[in-house]
Design a protein around this ligand. Structure first.
Ligand SMILES: *[C@@H]1O[C@H](CO)[C@@H](O)[C@H](O)[C@H]1NC(C)=O
Ligand SMILES: *[C@@H]1O[C@H](CO)[C@@H](O)[C@H](O)[C@H]1NC(C)=O
Ligand SMILES: *[C@@H]1O[C@H](CO)[C@@H](O)[C@H](O)[C@H]1NC(C)=O
Ligand SMILES: *[C@@H]1O[C@H](CO)[C@@H](O)[C@H](O)[C@H]1NC(C)=O
Length: 501
């Protein structure tokens, strides 16, 4: 028994060493590559491109034709891990010979056709970048991604993790497009004119249970359909920016593991729990980073509309030129007991370049726990209700970045326009109150006080004049010393003023 095992092992060893010898000789002497003995390798690729440190760099080398089998065969010795063919003029992709390539970059070409099973022999491929090409729905067949036969799965390209099809001409994708890419974790479909997610596209994306990152930027989407995000249960990052969404997609509720959401550049008008057309965010309890910037229509963030984001750390809500109101309790939620409010522990707050007239002190629970803050470039109202911004918020802002509070500038009331909160803080300025009609009650008060003083002064003056006139003093005054009289008059004024202010 033992002997037979030994025998078996030695045969294995011999076979192994024989094979490696074969490989060596293949590489050094024989003009062969892989299993195909008719291919004569060329050194074309490393002449046309730079081959160095496992990287074949053909970026922008005016390559017009996809490499032939013989060209690829010339790389057998070099053992490339990365091949960058971006920024060339390739029109089609054909089969690539067996090579240890992990990253293949075909971005920014004019590719509109791809051969069946082009990548079948790239047994290590992890990343395939096909962005910025001319692929259409018809040209992109599931067979393109066919891998080798496997007893368990359907000819998988099992190592493939990241695929970019961004900025092509895909209106829809074949429902089986990813049937060979069962382990895909990252998919970029941005910049394709999808317009809407049709049934087949929905099935295709739903067939990716391992998906962690999905990018659908600039796809002209008007809505995110129901069930779209149901299957990719591990989804962590979603980019749906620059689409035509008019409300926060309630389908996001399905993404229980979402950590990052980018919903920038969508024509969402308001978030308001009371308005069923513009509800806020559903519960996304793992979300850490939210981007809601560059929203040209956004005006209003209502109470509790961000309260489902209980672990939010980084809020980017900037460059929304119409955004003039964020409810003080936008982020606050009622706690389990139903009695108190709790806030997420924000670490980064970016609300610059909106149309906000104030930052409410209740927006964030612990301002001193912020690691980054930008509240600059808003048309602030500088009066008693925003005194806390001058007294406290400037200090928070300055702690993160020196002089940053000089970018917090007053817009209203008119006499404060252009003053910076840094300056107001430095001079310990106490700001007045402006009533809701934009009037200044304290100024009215001053006018009133002035009138009162005037009247009160007028009475004794009149009496004095009458008295003097009666006693016939006028002739004497006109001739000699009116200054004495005036001095007496001015002496009294400040005395009275002190009494009444
Ligand atoms: C070998 O190359 C020839 C011509 O290039 C091709 O027709 C054939 O399919 C190849 N065989 C294998 C096993 O790759
Ligand atoms: C591919 O190349 C393009 C352009 O050179 C670059 O922007 C992109 O990041 C590259 N993709 C990968 C996956 O490295
Ligand atoms: C900014 O807000 C003010 C009032 O707070 C409003 O009058 C103005 O029209 C707003 N600007 C824009 C661009 O929406
Ligand atoms: C902040 O402003 C002061 C006065 O304008 C200047 O002296 C100082 O160098 C500035 N600091 C920074 C970091 O810009």
């Amino acid at each position: 028994m033992k002997r037979s095992i030994l025998y078996f092992l030695s045969i294995l060893l011999l076979a192994g060493s024989g094979m490696s010898e074969d490989e060596d000789s293949d590489a050094t002497e024989a003009p062969q590559a892989g299993a195909n003995s008719t291919i004569v390798p060329t050194d074309y690729i490393c002449r046309a491109c730079v081959c160095k440190d496992g990287m074949v760099n053909c970026n922008n080398q005016n390559v017009q034709d996809f490499f032939s089998a013989a060209d690829w065969a010339g790389l057998t010795d070099f053992k490339p891990l990365q091949v960058d063919l971006s920024n060339n003029e390739l029109k089609s992709v054909t089969h690539v010979l067996e090579l240890p390539i992990e990253i293949l970059n075909l971005s920014r070409n004019s590719i509109d056709t791809m051969e069946k099973a082009s990548f079948r022999d790239l047994q290590k491929i992890r990343v395939l970048d096909l962005s910025h090409n001319r692929l259409t729905s018809a040209a992109l067949s599931p067979h393109v991604f066919e891998g080798r036969y496997s007893p368990e799965e359907y000819e998988p390209l099992a190592t493939m993790r990241t695929l970019s099809l961004a900025y092509n001409d895909l209106h829809s994708i074949n429902q089986d497009l990813f049937e060979h890419l069962t382990e895909l974790t990252e998919l970029d479909m941005s910049g394709n004119p999808l317009m809407f997610i049709d049934h087949v596209t929905l099935i295709a994306i739903s067939s990716l249970p391992q998906l962690k990152v999905l990018r659908l930027r600039s796809c002209q989407l008007k809505e995110i359909p129901d069930k779209f995000l149901h299957t990719p249960r591990y989804l962590e990052r979603l980019d749906i920016s620059d689409n035509q969404l008019t409300a926060v997609p309630q389908e996001l509720e399905e993404t229980k593991n979402l950590v990052y959401l980018n919903i920038n550049q969508n024509p969402i008008v308001r978030l308001d729990k009371k308005d069923e057309d513009f509800l806020g965010f559903p519960t996304l309890s793992k979300l850490k980073e939210l981007h809601m910037s560059n929203m040209p229509e956004l005006t209003y963030i209502g109470e509790g509309t961000l309260s489902g984001l209980e672990n939010l750390e980084s809020l980017h809500m900037c460059l929304n030129e119409k955004l003039s109101y964020i409810h003080p309790k936008a982020l606050a939620r009622v706690d389990g007991s139903g009695e108190a409010y709790v806030w997420p522990t924000l670490k980064e707050l970016y609300i610059h370049s909106n149309n906000l007239s104030e930052v409410d002190s209740r927006l964030v629970a612990r301002w001193n726990l912020l690691e980054a803050i930008d509240v600059s470039n808003n048309p602030y109202l500088c009066e008693c209700s925003t005194q806390w911004m001058v007294d406290v918020l400037t200090t928070v802002v300055e702690m993160k970045k020196e002089n940053a509070s000089s970018l917090m500038v007053c817009q209203e009331p008119i006499e404060m326009r252009g003053k910076t909160m840094k300056h107001l803080h430095d001079i310990h300025r106490t700001m007045r109150c402006v009533d809701k009609y934009g009037n200044r009650p304290e100024r009215d008060g001053a006018i009133l006080m002035g009138c009162l003083i005037g009247v009160l002064l007028a009475v004794p003056i009149m009496l004095t004049i009458v008295l003097l006139w009666r006693r016939g003093y006028f002739a004497w005054i006109g001739a000699s010393g009116p200054s004495d009289f005036h001095r007496a008059f001015y002496k009294r004024a400040p005395h009275d003023e002190n009494n009444y202010i």
